[in-house]
Design a protein around this ligand. Sequence first.
Ligand code: MOS
Length: 753
Amino acid sequence: MADDTGRLIGKPAIRIDGPAKVTGQARYPSDELLQNPAYAYLVTSSISRGRVRGFDLAAARAVPGVLDILTHESVAGEVKSPLGPDGGPTTTTLESDQVWHDGQIVAVVTAETFEAAREAAHKVVVDYVAEPPSASFDSPGAEAQPRKSDPQRKDPAVGDAATAFAAAPVKIDVRYSTPTQHHNALELFTTTCVWDGPKLTIYEPTQSMWGLKAALARQLSLDLANVRTVSRYAGGGFGGKGAPTSRTAWIALAAKRLKRPVKLAPTRDQGFTIATYRAETRHHLQLGASRDGKLTALIHEGWEITSRPSGYNVAGTATTSRMYACPNVATKVNIVHADRNTPGYMRAPPDTPYMFALECGMDELAYALGMDPIELRRINDTQVDPIDGRPFSSRSLMKCFDQAAAKFGWARRNPTPGSMRDGDWLVGLGCATSCYPSNIGPAAARLSLAPTGKATIQLAGHEIGTGAYTLVAIIVADGLGLKIADVKVQMGDSDLPPVPGAGGSNNAASTANVAAKACEAVRGKLALAAVQANDGPFAGADPATLKLAGGALVGPGGRREPLEKAVGRVGGALEVHVENVPQGLPPDAAAGLYQGRMAMARGTGRKDVTAFAFGAQFVEVRIHRHTREIRTPRVVSAFASGTIVNPLTAYSQYMGGAIWGLSSALHEVTEIDQRSARYVNTNFADYLIPVNADIGQLDVILVPEEDDRVNPLGIKGIGEIGIVGMNAAVANAVFHATGKRIRDLPIRIEDLL
Ligand code: MOS
């Protein structure tokens, strides 16, 4: 159609918030300009287990400008404890004298300036009763127990895995481990609280506007309507800003006591202990196969660290049990309580550590079979979920492997370990499967269209660096036949209609589908008014045949009416408020949204299909013959994730994930002092992250995929899949280069000496 702007979905679009970000006009939560704010500084515990016997606050109070000091002695009982990332109990802070972990908040100092608050905080003297702490898995006093399996998240099992494994002609029986890691988003865990009578406004970077709102209403016993959260931008989330932390309620209370706004900007090292992290995991993996490579048994048992009171676990066996056709599967997950802060979500929380075990195991099995590792995956590829027997909504795993292998040059690989060299460098080529379940939640949105052809969409969505504003703008421009520049997107404010938290890679699917539904509601209203009117070209036409395109209402035969006329007919502006409840969720899921409850149609929990995005990760490592220095000159990753709304931001998202995966294999670990149960490298100097020189050529292939079963727009989330499997691809490449199988991350020079 000549007057059609053409579909915008799937065309690369630059970020609409890019100019605001690069010119410094984008207002992050701690940038909020306030009248007469006070500044808070946290005092955190220097022991990892025990009690606070008392405080000596005299020196702190004597610092000029100090306003108030909150401790459990002054404020315990005024705030209900927050819930952990799993909605269960978690470590407390000023609610009692108990110290659960190192770096726990034990006091909050407020002052006229940040500097005064900091000086006073350092002068707070805490008298502790210390007990010997347990740092991690092998520490005396660490308590292991099977995780509580709930009906929603049962341990996947099918057939008789033990018998099948015993009888398997080819098998591997191995153990792997992954370390503690922290998100280290650039933006710190800031909080600003402002009271206006009974109303509390919280400026805090969050991945869950309505979740944070509901959590604080519960903790402070406030009406939900009296709590507003604002986070128009977040400087990185990665899961770390997904669950509420204890700091927020204390800052709210501090502001209430002072009757003025209070701003908190904790330090980088405090961020390691006042928020969550990726817990260290251990794995026992047993794979059995027939001589022709068909899996006959898969047994995966995991162990995960958590805090003393929390039962949080990620249980990635929900993923590993569903990757390949296998008639006999058994899985189990254990949690191990130590004197640590409660872990939480971090980019592909279950899949990153658990797929490390499975995908290294598949490589080991391929060697045991004398088979190419890609062929082993092809032989065991399946379009049917092996646990639930449901079809995958779509699964393009082998397409990803084939396209990535061709680009990577897998065909020139000599499979014999240590056989490929380039001068003094041992060359290793490795690959692994990537995947992430495709989730979608209920969502609400308000959309208005003015006769000028300008649209505004409002929803309490989250821009955590992913391109969320732009994604919604593309959907609305596409749906209303406008230019992207004619669409204004407002998000990041809980006064706007609720959408789920930006976690589990649901954001694109949830917000795009509700935005598209809102556009359809607008089109429907305009079309109905147009066919009922006598003053236009569409009198008596079938409203279903009218479309919005090129800034006009367009009908069969190219008849058109400008928006000015079409919208003007229904009033000064047309506004709709719509809710979208994905198939399979109960109808009250929409109502729950307004209470801060986030129902989710999970990729592994649906009745109709099992929904995952899939990918393939390839990496070349080079290991110096003498020094064992490890370099990674080349990465090729391919992903198939259904409809890609914006290939430009998708490319960045995948690339960032792949880099982080590589980093998590070779660089990142939060070191724990075993005696004191303290994190040691809590800064950017000692917590290693890759720089440009650590990443060579990185190619991302977007494999086209259409999926009309996953959700109406066919969108599978891509926020997390990029990281999954890369750690295994690196370990597999290191084995290929050296013949050394490193099963514990991160892989370092000393492992290869
Ligand atoms: Mo993600 S770790 O679910 O923000």
